[in-house]
Design a protein around this ligand. Sequence first.
Ligand SMILES: NC(=O)c1ccc[n+]([C@@H]2O[C@H](COP(=O)([O-])OP(=O)(O)OC[C@H]3O[C@@H](n4cnc5c(N)ncnc54)[C@H](OP(=O)(O)O)[C@@H]3O)[C@@H](O)[C@H]2O)c1
Length: 214
Amino acid sequence: MRPIWTGLTVTLKLATSLDGRIATATGESKWITGEAARLEGHRLRAAHDAILVGVGTVLADDPELTVRLPGRPVDQPLRVVLDSALRTPATAKVATGDTLILTVAEPAPVGGARIQSVEAEDGRPAPRAVLTALAKAGAASVLIEGGGQVAASFLRAGLVDRIEWFRAPILLGAEGLPCVAAMALAKLADAPKFRRLSAEPVGDDLWERYDALR
Ligand SMILES: NC(=O)c1ccc[n+]([C@@H]2O[C@H](COP(=O)([O-])OP(=O)(O)OC[C@H]3O[C@@H](n4cnc5c(N)ncnc54)[C@H](OP(=O)(O)O)[C@@H]3O)[C@@H](O)[C@H]2O)c1
């Protein structure tokens, strides 16, 4: 199931409403899923070498992207931000030395984060180049935590090996932000396909796990 050219396992984590939305139209997303699902989210982070988000999520939520598990010190995964034009504020919580910002711009300081330029695709860090950079940084696994645009890029490129989907029993409607942005699919046959491994309740939410079918 792994892309042979890097050996890196790519997991997409989604925390959504029943209708697959990750935020309201105004961008409110904390917290769609409950405490038990969030705890599993931290366990998933701890099980990966890197956690990746797009700059949209950094600007909207200013996340810490750290593992926070009660009573358990852990090695923190590498935090990775995809940021074509270096829009990450120097004051962002991720703008420290534990973070790698992958860009297509000329590297320039962003707080204490490491900045690396990678190959571009449509003016943004190319998903394959991102995985190559992470493999070179020593990561064997990456957890993609959104948002919808980054999820769509990796799905469209056929690079998602697993999905960990936490679905809360609320509905946000069509104006809510979809967990996967536009993928420009013309045919059903071109859709990325997955096999469900399990579905179990976690608190009030449902946790579905999927493996890519290739
Ligand atoms: N419910 C949840 O668990 C959850 C999780 C995460 C996010 N969210 C919500 O999702 C929203 C943000 O989602 P979003 O879709 O707007 O942002 P996003 O996917 O986090 O970031 C998108 C931005 O990343 C940059 N980017 C760089 N390389 C990219 C690539 N290869 N593919 C795609 N994007 C790339 C682009 O900006 P540049 O062109 O400037 O680089 C793009 O606009 C927020 O409202 C946040 O609260 C919810």
